[in-house]
Design a protein around this ligand. Sequence first.
Ligand code: PLP
Length: 411
Amino acid sequence: MTALAKLDVAALRKDFPILGRPVRGRPLVYLDNAATTQKPQCVLDAILDYYRNDNANIHRGVHELSERATEAYEGARERLRRFLNAAHAREIIFVRGATEGINLVAQSWGRLAVGPGDEIILSHLEHHSNIVPWQMLRDQRGAVLRVIPVLDNGELDLAAYERMLGPRTKIVAITHVSNALGTITPVRRIIQLARDWGAAVLVDGAQAAAHLPIDVRALDCDFYVLSGHKVYGPTGIGVLYGKQERLEAMPPYQGGGDMIESVSFERTTFNTLPYKFEAGTPHIAGAIGLRAAVDYLEQVGLEPVAAHEHELLDYATQALGQVPGLRILGTAREKAAVISFTLNGVHPHDVGTILDQQGIAVRTGHHCAQPVMERFGVAATTRASFALYNTREEIDALVAGLDKVRRIFER
Ligand code: PLP
């Protein structure tokens, strides 16, 4: 990391009011960023400012507030287009989050394109949100699910993937970053290989967007989903990017509100992109908050953020590696700032509870990724995940907290 790229973390922490709040009487050590990130003041301000000054429903109004709200909402769409480097703002569909984006593709594109005997390829790393929608589609359409195996270090078995592809492959739905292990998957290569068979590719970017620059055109993916709350934005808002020609060919996912052009009892005609997929009043304040979040993230700089998080990951891997009885799951060469681990003889829920008493927030459980837990022979892990505002001192606090856990269980 160059001196220039180094983040001023102490200054950045001041942007996040919640980080100054004590928890259980201790300074908060927030290491649950893969579940959701904290929000900077500018995101809170943007949401409040919208409700205070511009609140109105969008698109249908001729009055000033409605025009301002529409402009802010559509401005957010254009901002997200730039964030993902999509070709057109009409390729950016606002959804509730990654989960809704995947369900939309599975039900709209999938029911049209996937028939009996067709194959859907997933990986063993996937979050339940990128498994269950495809299982539902499989059951509706008589399709077949195929699963790319995971190697012992948490990387995907690409050779097995290559063998799995074939003329029946209709879609490959793959995570960009594993929430359970932190593995960064080789999505470029996965997409190139899928192209040889004419298969579509959906990338689940829920865990990637806060950590890696995303360029959907360079990736050449058909669909990319992200959740606002994992990129320092609000909950209840996310983005589905879809290539225009794919989205044009897809039927609406939900009916009502903004997605219509005209309605009679005999027949409804549908609006154009992106509105065709945005039924009902959308999360206007959410889109505005998400815009503020990506402004913030890009202003800080994704590259220095990635470098900082990588440094934390190396430091934490080293420090946790010294803790007796601690086993880290997932040691892929390309990893985002997520560390999943088990501690000999202590259930992860006990680890999490004792850490919480010290003001340290981590996640424990199966992380909505039961198949990968099973692959590594565990029911649950403790997971520490880092963001741009985390520090080495917080990792030291985690290690000290784990010492306390061990002392309690050794008694
Ligand atoms: N995909 C991955 C890899 C995730 O980590 C998550 C959330 O943890 C999701 C999808 C679902 O995101 P959301 O609950 O915001 O829809």
